[in-house]
Design a protein around this ligand. Structure first.
Ligand code: CA
Length: 229
């Protein structure tokens, strides 16, 4: 059962090259060259990963992602131009799971795709137990998080990070441990991505609900503790 990947990229030669490489790896591949058509295909199709260029005719990759996230949680790897730091941050804010900067080695792209695919696997494993702490509940099987019954919208990366923290509650996890648990051993990006995502989680949970679950242990890493009643 081959995984399906959608390439949304208007640079025809690059798109064709990626398509051939991915097919060679055994993936099923569709590609579109326009933002609007891309959104339509992404909403309609049953894709396992999206490769999304930022600069697209019709609709920008950012706008496409913003609209797609209303209905779909499919892993999205943003493809950004070199040095486009703002794009990376905005993309992650809007729910991208990862990004890759042009020009890239095909091996790096393949590694990131494997990580994205691996990350979605645990969600579908049956029998995974509900994790709770006070009002906070994370359901690995249904891939949902709620606080006092109110659902919290997390990206799949944020979800995985919270799950890793909750599964190891009261244990201090080093950044490198979180990186390998959540991003995979072959992650090749910057290690401060952990701090960035911790910030996202705090904004969505601790800050929003006035609780304190995620604690920083200076010089070491992070720990999830049950909030004081
Ligand atoms: Ca482009």
């Amino acid at each position: 059962m081959a995984e399906k990947i959608l390439i949304i990229e208007d640079e025809e030669k690059l798109a064709r090259f990626i398509e051939l490489e991915l097919r060679h790896e055994g993936y099923l591949v569709d590609k579109v060259a326009d933002g609007r058509a891309g959104l339509e295909a992404a909403e309609r199709g049953d894709y396992d990963v999206l490769l999304l260029d930022v600069m697209l005719p019709g609709m920008s990759g950012m706008e496409l992602l913003r609209r797609l996230r209303r209905t779909k949680q499919v892993p999205v790897i943003m493809v950004t131009a070199r040095d486009a730091v703002i794009d990376k941050v905005t993309g992650l804010d809007m729910g991208a799971d990862d990004y890759i900067t042009k020009p890239f080695e095909i091996e790096e792209l393949l590694a990131r795709i494997r990580v994205a695919l691996r990350k979605r696997a645990p969600a579908s494993l049956p029998g995974a137990g509900l994790l709770t702490s006070g009002h906070l509940a994370l359901d690995p099987a249904r891939h949902t998080v709620a606080y006092a019954g109110e659902e919290i919208q997390l990206t799949s990366r944020e979800f995985d990070l919270l799950q890793a923290l909750m599964e190891n509650r009261s244990l201090v996890l080093r950044r490198e441990q979180l990186l390998s648990k959540v991003w995979g051993y072959d992650y090749m990006g910057e290690t401060n991505v952990v701090d960035v995502y911790i910030r996202y989680l705090r904004a969505k949970i601790d800050d929003r609900f006035g609780t304190k679950y995620i604690h920083t242990v200076r010089g070491v890493g992070y720990v999830f503790r049950d909030a004081e009643a």
